[in-house]
Design a protein around this ligand. Structure first.
Ligand SMILES: [Zn+2]
Length: 346
């Protein structure tokens, strides 16, 4: 018995082992975005491929990888298998297909890939990039010269170092996430109008989308589930009502047309509590089997399947920090979220 326990909790040292054991019935959902072959990237959303491989090998060895569908069934029935974990990716980057898929396949790890549908549809992808990545691409293309965006109410930024570019990107994106969706779109269009010609797309291939054919091939593999992530990645709580349903349901329809497969899982764009509201959740629940947030933590028996927490994995984590995140140490004492109104206490 004790030997079995020690074996089960191996791979972590000291308190980490114990915490991992204590939280074994609180399933984790991991959130990735893209991968990169550039190990020195500072883009949080782009995890180096060797790092990702090491992380997946760790999951295979010490956790129990299951599909999101299986995890939701466990949460609903209360019959949770110990150390259950689900891998997810957001947005639909080409690296999901080129770099992540072969590793998942080799290790037999299921995953859901949530796709911003218009991002992977060449005929409707106006900028080639998701709008937050377009901001990053513009800033990097403009650096090291300072940039003045006062006329767009976005401020002025010094772009003389990577750190400055990174913080300018955060500041501009936060400003754009807090305005009405049409204003956001107008400002992004104005930025593209002004700076689009300066972008060398070859430099920014890590931000490229999958092709529809890539998506089709993934959908045809039982290991991979394609989920929806809106059509254009707007902040849903800031969208005018007329477009809300179309962004949510339209992305399901787009992806079903591409794949020929029924799409039943959804990820809220940006995914924080303030990015959704009751109406968003109600529309989602009418058309999907479950939905995930970017709010961080574990999930517990009885948890609302349209308000699933995830653990975001970015390029800033070393292996020790990754294991600590996975152990659940930061989330001890979290309660299940049953109703949206409870979210303000989370
Ligand atoms: Zn996203």
């Amino acid at each position: 018995m004790i030997r079995a326990l020690i074996k089960k909790t191996a791979g972590l040292s000291g308190p980490g082992k114990i915490i991992r054991y204590v939280t074994r019935f609180n399933p984790r959902i991991l959130m990735y975005h893209g991968l990169t072959e550039n190990p020195t990237t500072r883009e949080w959303t782009q995890v180096a491929i060797d790092t990702f491989k090491e992380q997946m090998q760790y999951l295979r060895q010490f956790f129990h990888p299951v599909s999101l569908r299986e995890m939701v069934a466990m949460l609903e029935s209360g019959k949770i298998e110990p150390h259950a974990v689900t891998v997810t990716f957001d947005d639909g980057y080409k690296s999901n297909y080129d770099l992540a898929y072969p590793i998942l396949k080799e290790l037999g790890i299921p995953a859901t890939i949530f796709i911003t549908s218009r991002f992977v549809m060449p005929q409707s992808n106006r900028y080639l990039y998701l709008w937050p990545d377009l901001i990053s691409v513009i800033l990097k293309s403009h650096a090291p010269t300072a940039i003045d965006l006062d006329d767009l109410s976005l401020g002025q930024y010094n772009l003389s170092s990577e750190r400055n570019i990174y913080s300018a990107h955060n500041e501009i994106c936060e400003r754009l996430k807090s305005v009405a969706s049409t204003d956001n779109e107008n400002v992004v269009a104005a930025l593209y109008e002004r700076f689009g010609d300066t972008i060398d797309d070859n430099r920014f291939s890590d931000f490229s989308p999958m092709t529809p054919e890539n998506v089709r091939r993934l959908a045809a593999d039982d290991l991979i589930t394609i989920g929806a992530h809106s059509q254009n990645h707007p902040i849903l709580s800031r969208l005018e009502p007329a477009r809300l349903e179309e962004e949510i349901v339209g992305s399901k329809r787009d992806l079903e047309e591409i794949t020929g497969v029924s799409i039943s899982e959804f990820a809220y764009p940006n995914g924080r509590w303030r990015d959704i509201n009751r109406e968003v959740v109600e529309i989602t629940a009418r058309h999907f089997e479950c939905a995930v947030l970017t709010e961080t933590g574990l999930n517990l028996t009885g948890h609302n399947k349209y308000l699933l927490r995830r653990i975001g994995i970015g390029s800033n984590l070393d292996f020790r920090q990754y294991r600590a995140m996975l152990s659940g140490v930061y989330y001890i004492g979290q309660k299940p979220i049953v109703r949206l109104e409870e979210a303000k206490n989370d």
